[in-house]
Each structure stands twice: as C-alpha cells, then as structure tokens.
Design a binder for this molecule. Structure first.
Ligand code: ADP
Length: 501
C-alpha cells in the first residue's frame, strides 16, 4: 500500500494536476476572503459616516431646542427614539459636566460618564469626534460633540465678528452592525458555493490538462517499450514536445547503434565462418584426392601433406589474428604503458621483416627526424606498426621501397610508412579498416592476408588515443600516417590507471 502511494507521488500526471489545482484553489479562496473583508470594511465605513451625519443633525437640533438644559422636548425625545430604533442602537446625551441627560435605554440617566473619548470630544470639539467598530460584539460606537457656534467680538474697534465653537455636550451612540454581519454571512455562504463549484470545475480541468499534457510522454514510453520488447525496430516517433523529441532522438540513436552492432556481428560471424571454411575446404579436397587414389607415390603424399600443413598454418594465423582483435576490442582492454624509444622500436620491427622484403628486393629505410620516447603499450604498438610495414611490403612492387619516418610535434609522435606499391583506390580508403575487407581478395590471399591486419592496427592506435590516416595513388603507392600522443592520457575507469610510467 505504501509503495503504491509512493509510486503515485512520483506520477507526472499527479504532479501536474496538483501544480494546476493547488495554486488555483488557493487563489480562489484568497480572493473570496479578501472580497468579503473588503465588503465588510466598506459597509462599516458607509454605516459610520451615515450615522455620523445623523448624529450631527441631531446635535444641531439639541442645540436649537436647548435640550441639555431642558430635556423635556418631546420632539427631540421622539427623534432620539426614532434614531435608536432605526439603527437598532442606543443614544446617550451627555452634558459638559459628563452627566447623562438622556439615555434611550433609560439606564444611565443622571449618572456621570467617565470616558476618555467623551473628554476628548469636550476638549477638541469637532476634531474630537471618534468612532470604533467592535466586530466581536457587532456594533459601532460613535462620539459626536454637541457644538454651539457663537459670534465673538474681536477687539473694541473691530466691527467684524469671529465665529467660535462652544462644546455643550457629547452624543454617545452605539449602533448595531447585525445587518452587515448577516449580509456578510450570506455572501460568505454564496462565495463558498461558488468556490466549491469552481473547485470541482478546476479539478476536472486539472485532470484533463494533466492527462493531455502527459499523453505524449505516455505514448513515447509505449513506443520505447515496443522497441524494447522487440515488437518493433522502427524509429521511435518524436511526439509534440522538445523534451520528448530529445528522448526519442536518444532512443533512436541507441536503436541505430544496436542495429549496426547486430548487423556487423552477423557479418563478422559469416565472414569468420567463410574465412575459416576456405582452408578447411582445401584440406578436404587434398585429403579426399589422396584417399581416392590407389598406390599414390610417396612424393605426391609429401606434396599434398605439405599443402595441408600450409592450410593449417593459414587457419592458425587467422585464429590468432581474430583472438588479438577480440582482445583489443574488448571494452577496457588493459593498457600496460611504459616509456619506449619509438626509433629503436621501429628499427627492431624493420629488422624482423627485412628477410621478407629482401625476397622481393624491396628496400626498407628508416628516417628518424626526431628522437622520440613516448608512453605506449609496447606489444600493442609493435603489432600495429608491424602490420603496416608488412602490408607496405606485401602490396609493393618488385624492387620497390618502403620508407618509415619517425617525427614528433610538441604533443604527439608521428610514424609515416610510405611504399611504392599498388596503391588503394580512392573509394576503398574508408573501408580498409573493416574486418575482412580486402581491395583485391585473390591478391590478398596470395600474399597471405586475412583482411584483419588493418582492423587490428586501427584498434591498437585508438587504444592509444591516436589516429591513423591513409593517402594513396593507385599504381604509385600508399602512405599510412599514425599520430599518437607522447603521453598516454588515462580516462576515468581506465584499467591502465596506476600503471602509467
Ligand atoms: P590483409 O590481411 O588482406 O592485408 P589488411 O586489413 O591488412 O588485410 O588490409 C586490408 C586491405 O587493404 C588489403 O587487403 C589491401 O587490399 C589493402 N592494403 C592495405 N595496406 C596496403 C598498402 N600498403 N598498399 C596497398 N593496399 C593495401
């Protein structure tokens, strides 16, 4: 159950849904509360100013009727009663001695009111009026000074009179805000209903949006699963998003690589079988012909058995080459790096192949432009360079030459092997490193080639992080250039780590 929930929290659809729904709902609820708050404060301020206007006119009437001295006026009494019933509140008329002259609730008449706000009104006149809203209890309290305006003489010789305020008392009113509260309650219920409906709509919208937005990803996952399960080896479609396009491109790259690897593996297996079968067929023919004949002379036996031995040698050399190629191509092929003098290495190689060259009167020369010492895997590099020199001899003309040059730049050493042989056609230059590729099959077989030499060379050079290039002119000759860093650069997870000289 927990794992199901955990899985659910990792769902892209759920996360998208929440990303739309939660902020949407928060916004709706916040809007509802702020609208209600705004309405309440607006309603209270409108009510306050309305009551203040009423109180001001009431205060004027009180002055006109001199109510503070003689509170017997019936019309004022009626006015006060009407006010308190209209606003569902209470009014106290207080004189300048803080004595309650009139209380519409008749509870405090004759009593003295001790209140800072009343005193403020008496002191500051029209500037002293104030009002308070008590949300808990649901009423507004207002203090309104009762002011008499009198004309005051300014100096003896001034004709002009100045008006002055005399505060005669204070009107203290408290009015109920029940109607505002009930409107607010009603509005809140309505708003909650609206939020509820909007929430359901938003939820439905979020689900639809999440499903639609994630659909391309779902489709991509299905397509990838089809490829993985082997139902399809088609390219995975890219589906609308840039992100899905990137994933699809990545998967398609892998699919292509797997296809190429699969094809090359099949080709390799068929080539290996073919190459190994050829010497077998020859041996079978030779053996069969000996068996079929009666009284075969001894010389013929010897001749046929020599041929069979040659075929066995051939078979062995193909197997040996295949083994070294698989070793070189193995991921993380171990590199045993030591400091080697490349000029001396080249001399040793040339010395070893010189007898073969002499058979065809081919001249081997070594030109050491620079004396080079580099960090290399000696057996692997020897194998690579020997193959190149052997090829330069094998595919050379009688009395030809092979010139080997050893040079270096600040970072790499460069070995050039130039021959004056048959050359390689332009269109074959890119293919010569393929396993079992031969420009001229019959010629290659004649000279004992298996088509694996250059694959081995290239793999060994690549293991040294080097490059190999061939330039050739048909009928004139070929030059192979091998460029290898002077210092072997180990990479992460490189098995040669720690073995570097
Ligand atoms: P092989 O064992 O047949 O020599 P390689 O992989 O060494 O196989 O070479 C592949 C093919 O490239 C050879 O069959 C040959 O046709 C061509 N080739 C390689 N080196 C030379 C060269 N120096 N001159 C001309 N052709 C060459």
């Amino acid at each position: 159950m927990r794992s199901v929930l955990l899985r659910l929290t990792r769902s892209m659809k759920l996360r998208l849904l929440l990303t739309i729904f939660v902020p949407g709902m928060t916004l709706l609820i916040a809007a509802q509360f702020s609208m209600l708050g705004f309405y309440r404060s607006r309603a209270v301020s409108v009510r306050t100013s309305e009551v203040q206007t009423q109180l001001m006119s009431l205060a004027n009437h009180l002055i006109n009727y001199d109510y503070l001295r003689d509170p017997s006026s019936e019309s004022i009494g009626a006015e006060l009663a009407q006010f308190s019933s209209l606003y569902n509140g209470r009014v106290l008329v207080i004189d300048d001695m803080l004595k309650v002259v009139k209380d519409t609730y008749r509870m405090s008449e004759g009593k003295t009111v001790v209140s800072a706000d009343v005193v403020k009104c008496l002191r500051h006149g029209s500037n002293g009026r104030s009002s308070y809203y008590d949300r808990e209890e649901g009423f507004i309290t207002l203090y309104m000074p009762i002011i008499e305006t009198a004309a005051l003489e300014v100096g003896d010789y001034s004709e002009r009179a100045q008006e002055t305020e005399i505060v005669k008392g204070v009107l203290l009113a408290s009015v109920s805000t029940a109607s505002i509260e009930s409107t607010c309650d009603y509005l809140q219920r309505m708003a909650m209903l609206v939020v509820l409906i909007a929430g359901v709509l938003l939820g439905a919208l979020s689900i639809v949006a999440a499903v639609l937005l994630v659909r391309p990803v779902d489709r991509l996952a299905r397509s990838v699963a089809e490829v993985r399960d082997g139902f399809s080896n088609q390219q995975v479609p890219k589906y609308s998003y840039l992100e899905t396009e990137r994933i699809a491109d990545g998967v398609n790259g892998i699919v292509d690589r797997v296809r190429i690897m699969d094809e090359s593996r099949q080709e390799f297996v068929s080539n290996v079988s073919h190459e190994l079968k050829t010497p077998m067929t020859s041996m079978k023919i030779l053996a069969d012909s000996l068996i079929a004949e009666n009284n075969v002379p001894e010389e013929m036996y010897k001749e046929f058995l020599t041929d069979i031995a040659q075929e066995i040698d051939r078979e062995n050399s193909i197997i040996a080459e295949l083994l070294s190629l698989t070793k070189l191509n193995r991921k993380n092929a171990p590199m045993n790096i030591t400091q080697v003098n490349i000029n001396e290495l080249m001399e040793i190689i040339l010395k070893r192949v010189r007898p073969i060259a002499q058979k065809r009167d081919i001249e081997l020369t070594l030109e050491s432009v620079r004396d080079v010492t580099a960090g290399v895997d000696e057996p692997k590099l020897t194998m690579a360079l020997t193959n190149l020199v052997e090829n330069a001899i094998k595919y050379n003309k009688e009395h030809g030459t092979v010139t080997v040059t050893v040079d270096a730049d600040p970072r790499n050493f460069i070995v050039k092997i130039a021959d004056t042989g048959v050359g390689i056609p332009e269109e074959s230059l890119d293919m010569i490193y393929e396993r079992f590729y031969r420009v001229d099959k019959s010629r290659s077989r004649e000279v004992g080639g298996s088509g694996l030499g250059l694959s081995i060379t290239k793999s060994a050079v690549l293991l040294h992080r080097g490059t190999i290039q061939a330039e050739s002119k048909e009928g004139e000759g070929t030059t192979f250039t091998v460029t290898i860093p002077l210092n072997y650069v180990q990479r992460a997870a490189d098995p040669a780590a720690g073995k570097r000289a």
